[in-house]
Design a protein around this ligand. Structure first.
Ligand SMILES: [Zn+2]
Ligand SMILES: [Zn+2]
Length: 94
């Protein structure tokens, strides 16, 4: 995970999870074992997580579950950049 704003300008930063935490919407998938006895979890829930980087960019990432078998790999995470808090500063959590 890198800050999308910092990536644009090749700036390095640390990314922290910020308030709100994980939120899931919608119905979930049931884990199952396939014909080979391998574990799958095909989870349709959308998870929203907020982040803040050490350069004070704030963004959220909405992503759907993925499975090792490739399920869900066609759906790329949605990144929303919210605000640049500027020099007034925001409190880094953690
Ligand atoms: Zn950044
Ligand atoms: Zn799977």
């Amino acid at each position: 995970m890198k800050c999308p704003e910092c990536e644009k300008t090749s700036t390095s930063s640390r990314v922290y999870t910020s308030g709100g935490g994980l939120m899931t919407l919608g119905g979930g998938g049931r884990p199952f074992y396939d014909e080979d006895g391998k574990y799958h979890l095909h989870d349709n829930n959308v998870t929203t997580q907020s982040y803040v980087c050490s350069n004070r960019h704030q963004f959220t990432v909405k992503s759907r579950g993925r499975c090792w078998c490739g399920w869900g790999a066609d759906v790329s995470p949605q990144v929303e950049i919210h605000a640049y808090a500027g020099d007034s500063g925001i409190v880094l959590l953690g």
